[in-house]
Design a protein around this ligand. Structure first.
Ligand code: AKG
Length: 246
């Protein structure tokens, strides 16, 4: 059973009382078609085939076994597809950009677009609770669009969000663990795990506190994180490889 967020009526323009404004996040179900994602599927599959030529899909069971046992191969697939034009292209997808335009003024897309490959039971790259703003250091009108390439249940590692936490604005991330930093003293707030079908996209404020969950399924969890900034809300981040108009 997937989370059924009320669909934002973005077609009529920017509204004052939207779920995005109240919750700090908006789930747009069925926003993307298979065609919208097929270039990225094909890109990943072509890199998988460099290591396992007979692979039939990005969820090929043999590939998943190889990925579990040989993390260096996952890293090499990740490195080979990083910054590929078809990932940047998704950031210009009309359906996505129309929603972004309904949420922030004069958006631009950051050129740094991570494509995560989360192998079952691998915890090294899990993102602990954080605001993207802490790491991106952009202006106050920035948002992330989180797009899974497969149905993503809680057990696949669906994202957790602390609903309405964006309304606090930027908060200190004072607890350090490795390269990551977490806020403290905020965990009394309600948390939702956003289960998503392939084709859905989650839009959330860069002030929304959120975290990864461990993928304990038998599938690889692929996801793309597009980030947009507003051209009218102050300087953009200098850490995100520049911006492009959408
Ligand atoms: O995909 C994930 O698990 C974490 C993504 C995330 O935290 C982010 O995009 O800011």
């Amino acid at each position: 059973m997937f989370c059924k967020a009320k669909d934002l009526d973005w077609k009529v323009g920017r509204l004052n009382d939207t779920d995005y404004q109240r919750q700090g996040w908006h789930l747009s179900e069925g926003l993307l078609s298979s065609v919208d994602l097929s270039a990225i599927d094909a890109l990943i599959l072509s890199e998988i085939r460099e290591h396992l030529p007979q692979s039939q899909s990005i969820q090929d069971p043999e590939w998943i076994e190889l990925a579990k046992n040989r993390p260096e191969i996952v890293t090499s697939v990740y490195d080979a597809i990083r910054d590929h034009p078809s990932i940047l292209e998704l950031g210009h997808n009309r359906s996505i950009v129309d929603v972004v335009k309904s949420l922030i003024d004069a958006p631009v897309l950051y050129n740094k677009i991570p494509l995560r490959i989360d192998v079952p039971f691998e915890n090294k790259e899990l993102a602990f609770w954080h605001q993207d703003d802490f790491y991106v250091q952009g202006n106050s009108q920035e948002l992330t669009v989180w797009i899974p390439l497969q149905d993503t249940f809680a057990h696949t590692g669906a994202l957790s969000v602390m609903t309405s936490s964006h309304s606090s604005g930027p908060i200190p991330h004072t607890y350090r663990v490795g390269k990551k930093s977490l806020p403290t003293g905020i965990f009394h707030q309600p948390v939702n795990i956003i289960e998503m079908e392939r084709g859905s996209a989650l839009f959330f404020s860069s002030y929304l506190i959120h975290s990864s969950n461990l993928n304990i399924s038998d599938q690889i969890r692929y996801s793309i994180q597009l980030r947009y900034s507003s051209s009218t809300a102050g300087p953009h981040s200098t850490l995100m490889k520049g911006t492009v108009n959408v």
